[in-house]
Design a protein around this ligand. Structure first.
Ligand code: SF4
Length: 385
């Protein structure tokens, strides 16, 4: 298939693997920001194909994982109301709150529905005028345009029984937060390609200059990632800082001005709390005052909630690249996808789920390039019990 087969091509991948080996002269630590990239890396064993000098650490780019526990608990409270139809993307339903998850609310009779687009919720709202339809609007800059469109349409079409529970987060402030931590080990970044397809990468340029790091905007297929790593290692070896764009087929420097205009119409930047990390200044969106009547938090007056995190879960460290999932004592024991202690084990973009699903419990795994890049998972997944 065009635009897929060439990015899973074994010959191209081997060439890049060799090229990385030829230019690297010293240890480098590179963070891939996006959870989708983490899954490709782990699935195809890309990190294990690299020379020993190049270490990949996983970043905070999983929207389900970083949605704060308070918001999950508020979602559960709202979804428990009799006159509410609560809509969400599927991953969110299994994320553990302090006491329950949204699946339990659904199982006990709550009207919790999985949707594939926030615009679907508007139809549900029109079909159910005597109930309030609430959409759990989580995500990075990538999902913000569709969520903004849903709110904008609701206002225009006077669909007043629609509201959104907003937990939008932004990537550049999270990268800045990591770089300003005294513990960080990150020397270069692979930027999240789909976020940049919306927002462009102009905001990354001052970040690269301020913290003296290379950032390579990168796609999601194995060859994309190997090329992004190659470009990042080359910049590190040459002492270059700045932003390079590996994902030029989808990303322009200025991004999509149309999508950005829609986001600006509906949302404004605010401080946001990230699960396991804490509050990061200017790292999220909230509804502008002209749209606040669609704000589910205000409409349902879900004030302060008392949250209870698992004391065993170290997902905050995993999301900041400080620890890898299999270094968590609970990984694969108390914590599995069926019985998760943290969101990183549930989400389809979570690093713990990637390590679990692609068998990183197996110490002896030593993939070869040919076994990992022929379109198959690197490792036989562990049985899920
Ligand atoms: S393995 Fe489970 S408990 Fe450990 S960090 Fe990941 S989600 Fe948290």
């Amino acid at each position: 298939m065009k635009f897929q087969a060439e990015y899973r091509d074994l010959v191209a991948a081997k060439k890049l693997q060799r090229a990385i080996g030829e230019i690297v002269t010293q240890p480098w630590t590179i963070m891939e920001v996006c959870g989708g990239q983490t899954h490709t890396i782990v699935r195809y064993g890309i990190d294990e194909l690299l020379p020993d000098e190049v270490e990949l650490v996983h970043g905070p780019g999983c929207p389900v994982c970083v949605t704060p526990l308070e918001l999950i608990d508020k979602a559960i409270e709202i979804a428990s109301c009799d006159d509410v139809i609560f809509c969400s993307f599927g991953d969110m339903l299994r994320v553990p709150g302090s006491r329950h998850d949204l699946f339990e609310i659904k199982a006990s009779g709550g009207d919790v529905r999985i949707v594939y687009s926030p615009l679907d919720c508007l139809k549900v709202a029109e079909q159910n005028p005597d109930r309030t339809v609430v959409f759990f609007a989580v995500g990075f800059e990538t999902t913000a345009p569709a969520n903004a469109m849903a709110v904008w349409q609701a206002k225009k079409r006077r669909i007043d029984n629609f509201a959104v529970l907003v937990s939008h987060v932004l990537v550049p402030p999270a990268m800045e937060s990591i770089l300003s931590s005294p513990n960080h080990r990150v020397q270069g970044f692979l930027g999240a390609g789909h976020v940049c397809s919306v927002m462009g990468y102009e905001d990354y340029e001052p970040l690269a200059t301020r913290y003296q790091v290379p950032i390579v905007v990168t796609g999601f297929e194995p060859v994309d990632l190997l090329e992004g790593i190659y470009r990042c290692v080359r910049m590190l070896e040459q002492g270059k800082i700045g932003v390079d764009n590996q994902y030029a087929r989808a990303v322009k420097r200025e991004g999509s001005r149309v999508a950005q205009g829609l986001i600006k119409e509906v949302f404004e930047v605010t401080d946001r709390k990230w699960r396991g990390i804490g509050t990061i200044p200017h790292s999220g969106f909230r509804l502008r005052s002209e749209y606040e009547r669609f704000d589910a938090e205000q409409r349902f007056a879900v004030g302060d909630v008392q949250v209870r995190e698992s004391s065993k879960c170290i997902s905050g460290m995993v999301l900041q690249g400080i620890h890898k999932p299999h270094e968590c004592p609970a990984f694969g024991k108390e914590c599995t996808p069926e019985h998760p202690l943290g969101a990183t084990m549930v989400s389809s973009e979570g690093a713990c789920a990637a390590y679990y699903n692609y068998g990183r419990l197996l110490e002896s795994h030593q993939p070869s390039c040919s076994s990992t890049l022929a379109g198959k998972p690197a490792i036989v997944p562990l049985p899920t019990d």
